[in-house]
Design a protein around this ligand. Sequence first.
Ligand SMILES: Cc1cc2nc3c(=O)[nH]c(=O)nc-3n(C[C@H](O)[C@H](O)[C@H](O)COP(=O)(O)OP(=O)(O)OC[C@H]3O[C@@H](n4cnc5c(N)ncnc54)[C@H](O)[C@@H]3O)c2cc1C
Length: 108
Amino acid sequence: MIDSDMRVKGHANIFAIGDITDFKEIKQGYLAQMHADVVCKNIKTLMNGKDKLAAYKGGQEMAIVSLGRKEAVAQIACITISGRLPGMIKSGDLFVTKTRKALALKST
Ligand SMILES: Cc1cc2nc3c(=O)[nH]c(=O)nc-3n(C[C@H](O)[C@H](O)[C@H](O)COP(=O)(O)OP(=O)(O)OC[C@H]3O[C@@H](n4cnc5c(N)ncnc54)[C@H](O)[C@@H]3O)c2cc1C
């Protein structure tokens, strides 16, 4: 159970991110990354001796499931689309290139 600043309830310096948190939202990896961004910011704030922590407000809920190399089905908010358009977002390399770039890893 977490507070809005992602700290585990009842603990001043323990944070939680990802699926384990009780924030009311879909459990997704890209949202865990957003949790991490808030927690990094808040740890830096605490390390600087400040106490005004950022709040996690939740992200856009979406799911994209690849259907082969070119097509996919996506649900974004209350809209569901399938075919080449959602496939262009994810199905090429399943976000591997994007993720490696975010982690500052060389492309394969
Ligand atoms: C089939 C499927 C498809 C998905 N597709 C997507 C997608 O397309 N996009 C997306 O954004 N998200 C997707 N998700 C969700 C995404 O995988 C999770 O939201 C994300 O992995 C959560 O990350 P996490 O680090 O919180 O937990 P996890 O990735 O579950 O990591 C927790 C880790 O803790 C380890 N662990 C557990 N207990 C212990 C213990 N006692 N001691 C030590 N280690 C322990 C586990 O082995 C695991 O490695 C999908 C999930 C599933 C199941």
